[in-house]
Every structure is written in C-alpha cells, then in structure tokens.
Design a protein around this ligand. Structure first.
Ligand code: NAP
Ligand code: HSE
Length: 432
C-alpha cells in the first residue's frame, strides 16, 4: 500500500530551493518509483522574513529546526544548511530512528564515523550523495556499482572554484588574484574563498570518498593539503613548456597496507583526461580491480545538480522504507580493519622546482649538491637567459622520484644558502 513519508527540510537556500523545485515538479514520477509520496511537512530557515524564490506554503515555515526534527509528522530529515548546529539536528533525528539526507561534507568529513554508527544503532539511514561532486553520483557508484572491486586509486577534481581559476590562468586570463576575482564576480567563489582555494573543501570530500573506497576512518585534517594560492602564471607557462597542465587534484592510492591521501596542485601530462576537465566541472577517475579505469564527469555544484543528488537519496530512502528493507548504512561502519593514511613524508613523487638564482659561477652546482645530499636525482634543467635589469635567472629543475621528506629538507637547505631570490617553489608531478 502506498505510504506518505513526511519530510522536514532544514535550509531553503541554493540547494534547499532546488530540492523543493524538484519535489514540486516531478512528484508523480517519484511516487511511481518509490510507491510512496514524499510530502513536505515542515521547512526550517534562519530568517522567516526573507523573500523566497521558490514558493513554499508559509504555514510550513519555522525558525526552529530542532522542533522540525522532533515533529512526529516528519519521518525524514533533509539537512541543507551547513550550519554549526547541523550535528545536533542530525544526531537528534537519528536517535529518534528518522532517516537523514545531508549535503554537509564538512560535518561528515569530521564526525561521519560517529553519525554512521549512531544511524546503525538506531535502525536509521544517513545518506549524503550531494556532499561530494554535486550532481555526479560518485558515492552511489562506489557503494553499489563498483562494490565488486578493490579500488586501487582515485584521482579527483573535486572543487569547481579552483578548477575554474586554474582553467582561466591556463587560458591566459590573468594571475591568481585576478582570476579569483572573476570567479567571485560569476558567483563561483565565495566572498571568503579560503575553504576552496586552500584545498580544504576538496580534502573534506576526499576524506568521505576514502572511507568508502579504501575503508579509512581519518578526518580531512589527516589528509595532506596544499592550495592553489601560490601558483603563478609563469608556473603555468613552464608547465606548458614541459608538456604539463596544472590542476588541483585530490589523490588517493593504495601503498602497501596503507593509502596515500593528499590534495595539492599537480602537474599532469597535458594530454591526460584530467588535464582537460575545464571551468567549474568536476571529474573522478577510479581504478578498480575488476573494471579497470572509469571516469565520472559533471557539475560538482550549483542548485539543480546538487538538488538532483539530494532527491536521489530521498527517493532511495522512501523506496527502502516503503518496501520494508532495513537501512543500508552497514558498509559505512569500519572497525579494526580500517586502512591507515600513509605519512606524506614517506610518499615518493617527482617534483618541478622553480627558483630565481643568482647568475654567477657555481650556483647551479651548489643547488645540484643540495639535491644530491638528499639523494634527489635531477631529470632535467631549464635555465633562462638573465634579463637586462636583474642579476638573477629563472631556473627550472624537474626531478626523478624522491621522498617528500627529502624534498622538504632540500628546500629548507636551499633557503639557507645565499644564492636564491625569494623561496624556491615546488609543484608535484603525477604521470596519471
Ligand atoms: P545557502 O544557500 O547559504 O542556504 C543555507 C540555508 O540554510 C538558508 O536557507 C538558511 O536560512 C538556512 N539556515 C542557516 N542556518 C540555519 C539555522 N540555524 N536554522 C535554520 N535554517 C538555517 O547554502 P547552500 O549553498 O544551499 O548549501 C547548503 C549545504 O549544501 C551546505 O552544507 C553546503 O556545503 C552543501 N552543498 C552546497 C552546494 C552548492 O552548490 N551550493 C554543493 C554541494 C554541497 P535563510 O534562507 O533564512 O538564510
Ligand atoms: N565550493 C565547492 C566548489 C562547491 O567550488 O566545488 C560545494 O562543494
């Protein structure tokens, strides 16, 4: 028999508004699919007086999200705020055995372990497709479609803002500050862009993907993270000369019993697929033991792509409740078998190193000696002619694979020598 599932929506902003639109536009097709109706019973917002783009019956609105969670008419709570109280609302809903859908990557990356366990204990479900890569159903793919695989590696462009900035820089539209301003004018970057440009947003998303793909329990803080703030147009140009394109990648790879998990700017071969993901688009390349390489591509943010992922979770939960199937949270619980995140200092990579070196005899030899002392082998060197004014020359060195710890010691040693103007810059290289 067809049921009505009462939905409580917390947040009616960009994503919440999109969800209401989808529920209003296609209720029939969802009922056909689920055998149940999703009925919006309450909508919590921060400012009850705000005018809304999406029409919602004023009687449904409340300023008290906790009262919404506790309302007996609400069986499913959809949290779309990113507010600091989200943990309290979600845990209260789960404690009451109510299913929850959220897009809150920051919360899941930090406290996912606790919330998934609580859901299992209380016989409820917690779904979060929209928390990573917006409209791309990557979580469903990893949890269901690729379940027969041992994931060997995962490379993601998981942040649209930084991909837009790097794409614009690569197209010659300006330096970092100028292209960030363009991104803000277009509404891609927040007025305070720190979370995106520092790589933390991508690290939160990677922490969630690593839990599913590699059974890690680490938080985003355990993921090595470097942003794009120091990338300069000359790095983009030298990368091009060397056959590379610079991208901010979220990378996870098995390394023995551990998994490398890191987010940082990377030089990737310009012909690689990941080098050709442009503007605000996201992409994830997964290598699975049975399927080989698969790539998922699409819009990683924005109102309707993100709402599409939220509604997919709501429909799945309604189907499960209507059919009497129990919660599907079991695979998110990781016990003693958790895979450790490898120490970044032990990770071995190739490096691009750019320095402005004094143009005098023996300088190149001194730099080579510092690298040699750390057993870092040089693969190629480009030295440009001295410009007319300066006494320095741009020097670009590409290394063979070397441990991160050795490269960091070498950078510190180069900084102590009086032969460089400013600090040497390093960008890691991935063959893909
Ligand atoms: P948003 O446009 O800023 O909307 C936030 C909504 O939450 C607003 O309706 C706001 O109410 C409401 N709200 C905030 N604090 C509240 C409180 N204490 N009680 C009740 N309601 C409260 O945010 P968004 O872009 O839709 O993002 C929502 C979530 O989705 C975040 O976790 C975000 O990380 C995630 N997400 C967003 C995107 C995207 O493309 N935007 C993509 C993926 C994931 P008022 O309207 O009254 O201010
Ligand atoms: N700010 C994110 C991005 C979207 O630029 O991709 C939300 O996850």
């Amino acid at each position: 028999m067809s049921k009505t599932i009462g939905v409580g929506l917390i947040g009616l902003g960009t994503v919440g508004g999109g969800v209401v639109r989808l529920l209003q536009d296609s209720p029939c097709s969802m009922r056909r699919r689920t055998g149940a109706s999703l009925a919006l019973k309450r909508v919590a917002v921060r400012d009850l007086g705000k005018s809304r783009e999406v029409p919602v019956d004023a009687s449904l609105l409340t300023g008290d999200a906790m009262a919404l969670v506790r309302d007996p008419q609400v069986q499913m709570v959809v949290e779309l705020t990113g507010a600091p109280q989200a943990y309290e609302w979600i845990s209260e809903a789960l404690r009451a055995g109510k299913d929850v859908v959220t897009a809150n990557k920051a919360l899941l990356a930090e406290r996912g372990d606790e919330l998934f366990r609580l859901a299992l204990e209380k016989g409820a479900d917690l779904m979060f497709e929209a928390s990573v890569a917006g409209g791309i159903p990557i979580i469903r793919m990893l949890r269901n479609g690729l379940v027969a695989n041992r994931v060997e590696s995962l490379y993601g462009i998981l942040n649209g803002t930084t991909n837009y900035i790097l794409t614009q820089m690569t197209r010659g539209a300006g330096g970092y500050a100028e292209t960030l301003r363009h991104a803000q004018e277009k509404g891609y970057a927040e007025p305070d862009p720190t979370l995106d440009v520092s790589g933390q947003d991508a690290a939160q998303k990677l922490a969630i993907l690593c839990r599913i793909a590699f059974q890690t329990t680490g938080t985003a803080k355990q993921i090595f993270c470097e942003g794009i703030e120091r990338i300069e147009p000359q790095d983009i140009e030298y990368a091009r000369e060397l056959g590379y394109t610079i991208k901010l990648l979220a990378i996870a790879k098995r390394r023995g019993e551990e998994v490398e998990a890191r987010v940082h700017p990377v030089m990737v071969p310009s012909e690689a697929l990941m080098a050709n993901i442009h503007d605000v688009f996201n992409a994830i390349e997964v290598v699975g033991s049975s399927v080989g390489t698969q790539v998922f591509y699409g819009r990683g943010a924005g109102q309707m792509p993100t709402a599409s992922a939220v509604v997919a979770d709501m429909v799945e939960l309604a189907e499960r409740r209507n059919s009497g199937a129990g919660p599907a949270i079991g695979d998110m619980i990781i016990g003693d078998e958790a895979t450790a995140i490898a120490d970044m200092r032990q990770v071995e990579l190739r490096y691009y190193l750019r320095a402005l070196a004094c143009d005098r005899p023996g300088v190149l030899a001194q730099i080579a000696r510092v690298l040699a002392e750390e057993r870092i082998s040089i693969a190629s060197v480009i030295q440009k002619e001295r410009d007319l004014q300066g006494g320095t020359v741009p020097l670009i060195i590409v290394t063979h694979e070397a441990p991160e710890a050795g490269m960091q010691r070498a950078l510190a040693a180069l900084g102590r020598l009086d032969i460089l103007e400013g600090q040497a810059r390093v960008i890691r290289i991935e063959a893909l």
